[in-house]
Design a protein around this ligand. Structure first.
Ligand code: NAD
Length: 530
């Protein structure tokens, strides 16, 4: 491979960052572009997870004591270092995932945007906040925020930098330590990001990495941390939620999707097709928010399909390190098997392949062509199951109502996309879609990159949100301090009966006052909301 990451010593140096307190069995790591083994990570044990959590906890106290400006300064420096060292990062991401460099660039951009955003927002979000007290003027209520402590992050392989570091940044800014369990195949990418954070000034013990199989490490990890952020499949998400419930720690679960894209009757077929190609085949379809179902209005169906199929066939496929191919390799044999089985099952049951449909071992052991299917029916696996690969199904619909109904006919609810000539109409249709994010005239990036807004899934696509204010405050505990002055809450010197009798008219008057304030906001007392 034409990259310095082919050097075993460089990878071995990165692995020094893994918390393994003894010699461990090894799990091989391969480069999907060639199928070669590039190294091996230790299969950490319960003992390693306990050591990592303990070290993280010790480092966290001091970190949380530091003024927020100091924590922000570390993340600001990390932002700059990441951009300076982007070629190195892109190379390693390509080596471990096989993705195209263009898709790898999105990872660097996302982490930079996240670092900038939360560095700006953290001081405001973490500042103590005055709230309405129980009795106006007599009760002073102030909400303070403190870090939860140690945050466990369990992440998948498809965006190895984003899905470890972008979730870690707000946790660290909030004063937490992190114990990260990256996917087996992409542990080195997470370690490189950790190295940059340390170079930027993060205390090394504050960001622990344990490597190995999730089945073995999930339980000890979730048993030792104070919050778990999980990104991965819905099936594993349920197990993580159960463990978090048993240990009574908070969790956020970013899970799978079967994302619809709607082309309305007033859409420009060419623009919609170009957007749909990007939405369907970015990261070779191994993107939780990428499109797998297309509902196209009959009046534009033929024109759209012609453009979409032609544009799909135009995507170049390849697995080399560097810019070149539009679509990269799948990440593993398991991914290739899943994608191939969905296509074969659909074809056996009568689907038509309009583009692609074949593995391309001549380009890379796990390369699979961007594939467009028509005639997909409910008994085919690809109809409802997440493929998580470069395979989409086309459906013709007769109305917006039908498109919305079929888009919502899924157990998932992660991301959707609507194409229309009228933005306002698109926004109205968006309100009817049961997904955590809906993009109008864009596939997925508009909502994902609008980092000030929450992002996550409804239904089986998850619980909780990343991005937005909640993307940081979820890593905090709130403490409300309420101080009572002048008058007590309760009867005080009044006889109970008199107090109880007076309470009802007082509550009625208060409600009337609230209604007046709702209608005439200028009558509000400063800071009084309830
Ligand atoms: P996965 O659920 O198999 O693995 C994800 C992580 O969980 C890995 O680190 C794995 O080692 C670990 N894990 C496995 N079993 C575990 C267990 N019992 N306890 C604790 N951890 C365990 O998912 P994957 O195949 O790596 O990733 C693909 C899936 O992730 C797709 O479904 C995709 O849609 C989803 N995903 C969702 C988002 C999102 O933001 N919603 C983003 C990326 C990927």
């Amino acid at each position: 491979m034409n990259t310095e990451w082919a050097d075993a010593d460089r990878l071995a140096a990165l692995r020094e960052g893994i918390t393994a307190v003894d010699e461990r069995d090894e799990i091989p790591v391969e480069a999907p572009a060639t199928g070669e083994q590039i190294g091996a990570i230790p299969a950490c044990t319960d003992e390693d997870v306990a050591a990592a959590t303990e070290r993280a906890r010790e480092a966290q106290d001091d970190w949380a004591e530091r003024p927020i400006e100091e924590r922000v300064a570390v993340i600001d420096r990390f932002h700059d270092l990441l951009l300076d060292r982007r070629e190195d990062v892109l190379d390693l991401v390509q080596v471990e995932t096989g993705k195209s460099r263009r898709d790898a660039v999105e990872e660097v951009m996302d982490v930079a945007v996240t670092a900038r955003h939360y560095a700006n927002r953290a001081p405001k979000l973490l500042a103590s906040e005055r709230r309405s007290g129980a009795i106006p003027l007599a009760t002073k209520a102030v909400v303070h925020r403190q870090p939860v402590g140690v945050v466990g992050l369990i992440s998948p392989w498809n965006y190895p930098i984003v899905l470890t570091v972008s979730d870690a940044l707000p946790a660290l800014l909030a004063g937490n330590a992190v114990v990260c369990k990256p996917a087996e195949g992409t542990t080195h990418a997470a370690l490189l990001a950790r190295e940059l954070l340390i170079e930027a000034g993060l205390p090394a013990d504050l960001f622990q990495v344990v490597s190995g199989r999730g089945e073995a490490l999930g339980e000890p990890l979730i048993g030792g941390v104070d919050f778990v952020g999980f990104t991965g499949s819905t099936a594993v998400g349920r197990e993580v939620a159960a463990l978090a419930g048993r240990n009574l720690v908070g969790s956020s679960l970013e899970l799978g999707g079967k994302n619809p894209l709607l082309v309305l009757d007033d859409a420009d077929p060419e623009a919609a097709a170009a957007g749909a190609v990007r939405a369907s085949f970015a990261n070779a379809g191994q993107l939780c928010i990428s499109t797998e179902r297309l509902y196209v209005h009959e009046s534009v169906y033929d024109a759209f399909v012609d453009e979409f199929v032609a544009a799909t066939r135009d995507r170049s496929l390849g697995a080399e390190i560097g810019f070149g191919a539009d679509v990269g390799s799948l990440q593993s044999q398991a991914q290739l098997d899943k994608v191939r089985s969905h296509v074969e099952d659909a074809v056996e049951k009568g689907a038509d392949v309009l583009a692609g449909g074949r593995a391309r071992p001549d380009l890379g052991p796990y390369c699979f062509e961007p594939t467009v299917l028509a005639g997909v029916t409910p008994e085919m696996d690809v109809h409802d199951e997440e493929t998580f690969g470069p395979v989409v199904a086309l459906y013709e619909v007769g109305s917006v109502d039908e498109a919305v109904e079929r888009a919502n006919d899924s157990e998932y609810g992660l991301n959707a996309s609507i194409w229309t000539g009228d933005d306002a109409r698109g926004e109205r249709v968006a309100e009817r879609i049961d997904c955590g994010t809906v993009n109008v005239n864009e596939g997925y990036a508009a909502a994902w990159a609008s980092i000030d807004a929450p992002m996550g899934g409804m239904n089986d696509s998850g619980l909780g949100r990343r991005h937005g204010d909640v993307g940081l405050t979820k890593y905090t505990e709130s403490r409300t301090v309420a101080t009572q002055r002048f008058a007590p809450i309760g009867p005080g010197p009044l006889p109970d009966k008199l107090w109880a009798a007076g309470l009802v008219p007082a509550l009625r008057a208060w409600k009337r006052l609230s209604e007046l304030r709702r209608r005439r906001p200028w009558t509000n007392l400063p800071g009084w909301r309830s």
